[in-house]
Design a protein around this ligand. Structure first.
Ligand code: GLN
Length: 541
């Protein structure tokens, strides 16, 4: 196995995850088998317990691991399906070391950061190597910024690891920022030089430097960075602000032949340069769509760029498939409570209510679901959005007054959404939800079954505690609600639909974790198609 380690310098939010993912795309298109992973230096065992304000979206894997949102980029930019082994946090590392110490595994030794903590990090790299013998290249992104105290142990572990596996098998890539100082009209390289100096201080000499720039990187600056960061000039790569979409990133990085530089460094230079036609076509569809449709995403963390990342990406994938630019209108659920649905979302072509926790904004979301149902606006509910649709239907179609989820009203007379027995005894927060991929059965003759191309079994990822209450199933069905999918084992409701509606579908699972460029998720695709049809009707009217 060959290894690529991607570190970041100068500032955070540089697009380091996208740079790593793009390298994954390029190498995969060279015919290499790529596996991607992330090391996060924070002390949480996983981001599952963090607020979206802290962390953005929590990305869920097939095996139920709650991970960093960069793993979403990795899965979308490469064909790999990742596992909990592919996101290591300091919390996991220390947890493992302390458990070993308590078991007496260290045989009376003093347990220390070096070697015990660094050994634990290296052990993870060896384990991932051993578990994936078919993989050619393992790309590991190190979270945080070089110079942070938290990241030091990871970097030291990588330095040692590179020596152990042979430097010829390892490529260190450092992603940095070249700030543009407007007043001077100049791009500055000093922060990059200092950040690389910090890396070299701990014994890591980057092989390639990726420079984030607003504009282009001129020859002078390339030469300067090469000279003072001790790399060859050709190994200074520009990573420009992309004009339209993050899916341009691999194309941009290819301009300076990053994939060639990497494969030459790790001895895989015999692989053919990548044909990226499929990727280019996809990007063109995003850049020059023929149609437009407006979709309201009604959420609670709507002002945050990253809280619904995978949902926004899935809408882009489905939009590209239908040659449609999706204009996303971000609607704060509480604004609907204040202004009413018709004012807040009356003009859109589709309404999406994403996942969420806690009761803030719930009534606004219920109003949105009702407005969509009554006015025949395409509605797509995801996880909480499905629970909302159920509550709305119970209240306004079945006349179950004050129906609710016990998450929001413990004593509701009509708990149409409630905890499953096994969740009732749970009193810790970390990794205790219903998590990961589960099989469910699709019923023929439903819209969902059509969308999935007639499949009778599907596998989708979950992250929730509350469920559709089966005691109400009959009553809701008699009133016209269609249950189009239930889980294979327990018969838990997975998808609901409202018939005689252009598109009213809601899933208990999170389809956004399995949508890819050129392979949009069928539910997103169906939703966008319905929104587009509504947009066309609006134009005709
Ligand atoms: N809060 C709801 C639950 O726990 C929905 C979770 C979600 O939307 N991810 O069941």
């Amino acid at each position: 196995m060959k290894y690529i380690f991607v570190t970041g310098g100068v500032v955070s939010s540089l697009g380091k995850g996208l740079a790593a993912a793009s390298i994954g795309t390029l190498l995969e298109h060279r015919g290499l088998k790529v596996l991607m992973q992330k090391f996060d230096p924070y002390l949480n065992v996983d981001p599952g317990t963090m607020s979206p304000y802290q962390h953005g979206e929590v990305y869920v894997l097939d095996d139920g691991a709650e991970t960093d949102l960069d793993l979403g980029h990795y899965e979308r930019f490469t064909s790999g399906v990742l596992s909990r082994m592919n996101n290591l946090t300091s919390g996991q590392v220390f947890d493992a070391v302390i458990k070993k110490e308590r078991r007496g595994d260290y045989l009376g030794k003093t347990v220390q950061f070096i070697p015990h903590v660094t050994d634990e990090i290296k052990a993870r790299l060896h384990k991932v190597t051993d578990d994936n013998p078919e993989v050619d290249v393992l790309i590991t992104e190190i979270g945080g910024t070089v110079g942070d105290m938290e990241g030091l142990l990871f970097l030291e572990a990588l330095r040692q690891f590179a020596l152990e596996v042979g430097k010829e098998n390892v490529c260190f890539i450092h992603v940095t920022l070249l700030p543009f100082i407007k007043a001077a009209g100049e791009v500055k390289t000093k922060p990059t030089q200092q950040s690389v100096a910090k890396l070299r201080e701990i014994g890591i000499q980057p092989d390639i430097i990726i420079c984030r720039t607003e504009a282009d990187l001129d020859e002078d600056n390339r030469r300067k960075i090469a000279m003072f960061c001790n790399v060859e000039r050709k190994n200074v790569v520009a990573f420009r602000d992309v004009a339209h979409t993050i899916y341009e990133c691999p194309l941009d990085l290819r301009r300076d032949k990053i994939d060639r530089l990497v494969v030459d460094k790790i001895g895989l230079g015999h692989t053919p340069s990548p044909a990226l036609e499929d990727w280019e076509t996809f990007v063109q569809k995003i850049i020059k769509p023929r149609n437009r449709a407006t979709i309201a995403v009604v959420g609670k963390y709507i002002e945050l760029q990253d809280a619904y990342k995978s949902i926004y990406e899935s809408l882009i994938h489905a939009g590209a498939h239908h040659d449609t630019k999706i204009e996303i209108v971000r609607v704060e659920a509480e604004a609907i409570e204040d202004r009413g649905a018709s004012e807040a979302i009356g003009a859109v072509h589709g309404i999406l209510v994403p996942g969420g926790f806690g009761d803030r904004g719930i009534e606004g979301k219920i109003q949105a679901a009702r407005y969509a149902r009554e006015n025949k606006i395409p509605y797509f509910g995801i996880c909480l959005g499905m629970q909302i649709a159920t509550i709305e239907f119970a209240r306004n179609v079945c006349d179950l007054e004050n129906a609710n989820s016990t998450e929001f009203d413990k004593n509701t007379v009509h708990p149409v959404i409630c905890l499953q027995e096994e969740q009732k005894g749970v009193d810790t927060m970390g990794a205790t939800m219903r998590l990961g991929s589960c099989e469910s059965i699709l019923f023929a003759g439903t819209k969902a079954s059509d969308l999935y191309g007639g499949a009778d079994r599907i596998h989708e990822r979950h992250r929730h505690r509350y469920e559709f209450n089966s005691d109400y199933q009959d009553r809701l069905q008699k009133a016209g609600l269609v249950i189009s999918s239930v889980s294979a084992g327990e018969g838990l409701v997975e998808i609901i639909e409202v018939p005689e509606h252009p598109f009213y579908v809601a899933s208990q699972f999170h389809p956004e974790f399995q949508s890819k460029p050129n392979r949009p998720h069928p539910l997103f695709s169906g939703f966008v198609k319905a929104a587009l049809e509504r947009a066309h009707k609006d134009l005709e009217a």
